[in-house]
Design a protein around this ligand. Structure first.
Ligand code: C2O
Ligand code: CU
Length: 477
């Protein structure tokens, strides 16, 4: 239903598109400007065994934790990160959401050569906008192995009105159960049997009793996961944030999952959403909100006295991720506790209004571009503008133009659309985002200002869809 002619999406393969091999060489160092701070980090991508709070999993990670090390910088800093690749595979790092110079964007074949096993690569870039971001490889389905970590860019002009800040990273965890993410992808493409330890999730239309009963996302996802994690922990051995009653805490929430939309709630509290994908919004109170893969939301909460479950419920799937916020005595909530807030109204990010400082001002577009999501579960084929990545035509954009993208989801699944190098504004509100959920058959017009030249990727942030072909190049010249 709603899918372009079957012939347009030819059989999928996991390989990069073939064609003229470009080599990119090593980017030269980025010079600092007078007075500019430099933030440095060095990372090792490696095989390791993680303790998820019970389950021991052999996987790939940055160092020996997942999430990997937080990189914290201030807007305007020059960020220098060296990655040493000790994996048995090529890799890269993409700085998700950062409007950086194209050469540092971390997309092999588009902005750099892959980082070969046993070699190192130096990323240097300026992070212009404060906010909550993350980093992950842009190779295959490596994100789903545990290669992800927060990148926090602080605002030098705004210290923030809160007592504590916690970074909360959500993930769906497939590794350590006998199938690697690559094998899951192969199974999805082969279409045979189960994809993931618990089988296929694609036929589940249920809302699990969550939300306002609107079940807005259609099919739940392609992969059922054995574990859902907050900061690398299963609910039985949760991460615990300590604070005092009455304190205000800022939670920076990142969905690093590969195939899971979560509903987030903090038991006994209402949250005030303050930022979406790093940019300030008009403060909006809610008991719960959705967060798609690749999205980030910051919320501020004034804490009650006790022990409270911070729960991320996977949309349409069983189980949950959980952390605890403890401000006083109280019994520890059970690992399966469902905060009542999950059954009330659930905020969808696209409904937020931007803060005036972050609103994309409306302007007559210079160009209007189609951006259609195509595909289906069986056969497992996903593409943009009628063909999979490598067979679809790059979207050509002229530098300096105001470009309207008519996003159209022609499929029966929800897809988080992520655009590199730029944030876009939803035309109805001017809300700035770099990743937005498009529900089945939904259309949404967004605009961006072409102010960052280069070849940029745009894709679905369901990492299995992206790797199967739901990606396109946007070439800004
Ligand atoms: Cu977080 Cu191109 O992705
Ligand atoms: Cu998708």
């Amino acid at each position: 239903l709603g899918v372009t002619g079957a012939g347009l999406l030819s059989a999928c393969s996991v390989s990069q598109p073939t064609g003229t091999a470009t080599t990119f060489g090593t980017p030269g160092p980025v010079p600092t400007t007078p007075g500019q701070r430099v933030t440095t980090a060095s990372l090792v991508a490696q095989r390791t065994t993680l303790d998820l709070g019970g389950p021991q999993v052999a996987t790939w990670a940055y160092g020996d934790t997942a999430p990997g090390p937080i990189i914290r910088a201030t807007a305007g800093d020059l960020i220098r990160v060296t990655l040493n690749n000790q994996l048995p595979a090529d890799t890269s790092i993409h700085w998700h959401g950062i409007a950086l110079a194209n050469a540092a964007d971390g997309v092999p074949g588009m902005t750099q050569d892959p980082i070969r096993p046993g070699t190192s690569y130096a990323y240097e870039f300026v992070a212009p906008d404060p906010g909550t971001y993350f980093y992950h490889p842009h190779v295959g389905v490596q994100l789903d192995r545990g290669l992800y970590a927060p990148l926090i860019v602080e605002d030098p002009n705004e210290p923030g009105d809160y007592d504590h800040e916690y970074v909360v990273v959500l993930d769906d965890w497939v590794d350590g159960t006998g199938r690697t993410p690559d094998e899951v992808l192969e199974q999805l493409i082969a279409g045979g049997g189960t994809a993931g330890p618990g089988g296929m999730g694609g036929m589940d239309h249920g809302s699990m009793g969550m939300g306002s009963g609107t079940a807005p996302f259609g099919d739940a996802g392609d992969v059922i996961y054995p574990h859902y994690l907050i900061n690398g922990r299963v609910p039985a051995a949760p991460d615990v944030f300590e604070a005092k009653p009455g304190q205000r805490v800022r939670l920076r929430i990142i969905n690093a999952g590969s195939d899971t939309i979560f509903t987030v709630a903090l038991g006994g509290h209402r949250m005030t959403v303050t930022h979406s994908d790093g940019f300030p919004v008009q403060p909006t109170e809610t008991g719960a909100f959705y967060i798609g893969m690749g999205e980030r939301y910051d919320v501020v909460v004034t804490l009650q006295d006790g022990v409270f479950p911070l729960v991320a419920a996977p949309f349409g799937k069983e189980g949950q991720a959980m952390a605890l916020i403890r401000t006083g005595a109280g019994s520890v909530p059970a690992a399966a506790v469902r905060p009542a807030e999950l059954t009330g109204p659930v905020l969808l990010g696209a409904e937020l209004m931007p803060a005036e400082s972050a609103r994309l001002a409306s302007k007559k577009p210079d160009a209007v571009v189609a951006f259609q999501l195509n595909g289906q579960m069986a056969p497992y084929q996903w593409g943009i503008n009628g063909a999979k990545f490598g067979q679809n035509d790059p979207i050509m954009i002229n530098q300096g133009q105001r470009v309207r993208l008519n996003l159209a989801n022609m499929t029966m699944m929800t897809h988080p659309v992520h655009i590199h190098g730029h944030t876009f504004g939803l035309i109805n509100s001017g809300l700035r985002k770099d990743t937005v959920l498009l529900r089945p058959m939904e259309t949404m017009a967004v605009e961006l200002q072409a102010d960052n030249p280069g070849d940029w990727a745009a894709h679905c942030h369901n990492i299995y869809h992206a790797e199967a072909g739901m990606m396109i190049a946007m070439n800004y010249r």
